[in-house]
Ligand binder design. Structure first.
Ligand code: OOG
Ligand code: NI
Length: 468
């Protein structure tokens, strides 16, 4: 009886809330970051009435401080296979493939997120999910040992698996099952202060790569950060030190602009936390750095043409100015970034006309009132105010930015580059599904919005040149 099922959107929201509570308790500095974000958001909203009004209309105001994403790192193909099924219970699908080995991080990743526009509106929470690439450990013995350790752990509770199966077989979960599912799923993301390995094994894994130690040495893939949305990322970055938080040297992604594009992110450095190792003569204590906090500010999704330009501009800046681990040259980097990005138009209309970004089209009340007397050309409709366009927000991640976030937490001493090909096929095989192409999803949403708007205006047929 499907009527008794709760929506996957609701389960995702319950899960987001539970994760947020857990992480604030586990990482107090993250709670401080949340406070700071709330303070800056409130200031921005008080100053910018137009923005405040726009967010209110879009129903976003009351959930402005709710987390937008988190990240985990998995160890085996089976773990990835099951996480896909676990996230499906919350209406999240695998979108995009990111190869981070090119940046010296021995993982490949995807984003689990809702896809439908309505679901994104309810709660866009996503999880950057990485899978360790053990084949990149050079030492054959260590590789086998790591595989062995990983093969022995069970990161999902038996009850979580049962509820995933229940969802798959029955087509949904009841409210009571959903509540139980969230509690059980949370166990997978919890921090464990006790390592599953000895101090000596930990050190060898750590020497191979800090990330390998993080994935292999624990009972589960602890959530390593959560990320709320900020309305002014530069301001939060500036104020972090006042709150005793050390931010990474630069904000990743595009520079500050009038028309936000893609994704800007910054984080505070991972904390050193006490852990207990196993050992013959009882436990030994040590420390581990893994968990941090991050903030994000999102803008319009770019088309292939826009993204190619973005990638070129970013690469040219990074080729010119290398920011040191200590933050040396961070100022030069910011200035150069702002300068070079002048080549990317900074008005919504130019971005649209030049086919650089995706937009959501809608019929205006004036347009609907003038039905039957309208020009059929979309450009003319826009010019006359009968058809409006709003930016489609970018819902995914950026591999160069993600590498920057990883590296700021790993320390730049580990900038080894793996001479390897990306291995999307192996990733999808482990996943048990294809990863969806994010650009195709944006293009579909844009086309569907235009079709619907034209229909509402009593027009059909002609497409925008820039949309084709
Ligand atoms: C994930 C780092 C990437 C982002 O927002 O791009 C990331 C990790 O450290 O596991 O979170
Ligand atoms: Ni992140």
């Amino acid at each position: 009886m499907s009527g008794a099922f709760v929506s996957t959107d609701r389960i995702r929201s319950l899960f987001t809330e539970a994760m947020s509570q857990m992480y604030r308790t586990e990482v107090p500095q993250y709670g401080t970051l949340i406070e700071l974000v709330g303070e800056v958001n409130a200031e921005v909203l008080a100053k910018d009435q137009e923005l405040s009004e726009r967010l209110r209309r879009a129903g976003e105001l009351e959930r402005i401080d709710v987390e937008r994403h988190g990240a985990i790192r998995l160890g085996t193909a089976e773990e990835l296979y099951t996480i896909r099924r676990l996230f499906a219970v919350m209406g999240m699908r695998s979108v995009g493939y990111y190869d981070l080995s090119v940046a010296g991080v021995p993982v490949h990743s995807t984003c689990f997120r809702p896809i439908e526009e309505a679901a994104l509106k309810v709660n866009p929470f996503r999880v950057f999910t990485s899978l360790l690439r053990l084949e990149l450990i050079e030492d054959v013995e260590l590789r086998a040992e790591a595989a062995d350790i990983l093969a022995r752990r069970r990161i999902y509770t038996p009850r979580a698996i049962e509820l995933i199966e229940q969802h798959e077989n029955a087509g949904g979960l009841t409210e009571a099952e959903a509540t139980e599912f969230v509690a059980e799923a949370l166990e997978t993301f919890r921090w464990h202060g006790e390592a599953t390995v000895s101090a000596e094994t930990y050190k060898r894994l750590h020497d191979a790569h800090r990330l390998i130690a993080d994935v292999v040495s624990f009972k589960g893939p602890h959530i390593n950060h959560l990320t709320p949305r900020t309305l002014d990322i530069d301001e939060v970055q500036r104020r972090m030190p006042e709150r005793g938080i050390t931010p990474k040297a630069v904000i990743e992604g595009p520079p500050r602009r009038n028309c936000d594009i893609l994704l800007r992110q910054t984080s505070f450095k991972a904390l050193e936390e006490p852990i207990a190792f196993t050992g013959a003569g009882g436990t030994a204590s040590g420390t581990h750095t893994a968990r941090f906090g991050e903030i994000e500010q999102r803008g319009v999704a770019l088309t292939v043409k826009g993204r190619t330009l973005y990638d070129q501009l970013l690469a040219s800046v990074r080729g010119e100015v290398q920011v040191g681990a200590s933050g040396a040259k961070a100022g030069d980097y910011g200035a150069e970034l702002a300068e070079r990005f002048k080549a990317l138009p900074d008005s919504w209309d130019e971005l649209r006309r030049e086919g650089l970004a995706f937009f959501h089209y809608s019929a205006t009340p004036e347009g609907i009132a003038a039905k039957g007397r309208l020009p059929s050309d979309p450009e003319a409709l826009i010019a006359k105010g009968y058809l409006r366009f709003d930016p489609v927000i970018y819902e995914d991640f950026l591999p160069v930015s993600a590498a920057g976030i990883f590296q700021s937490n790993l320390g730049t001493d580990q900038q080894q580059n793996y001479a390897t090909r990306s291995n999307r096929d192996a990733f999808e095989e482990a996943l048990g599904a294809d990863v969806q192409d994010e650009l195709a999803l944006y293009a579909e949403r844009q086309a569907a919005s235009l079709d619907m708007a034209m229909e509402e205006l009593g027009l059909s047929g002609p497409k925008l040149k820039t949309v084709a």
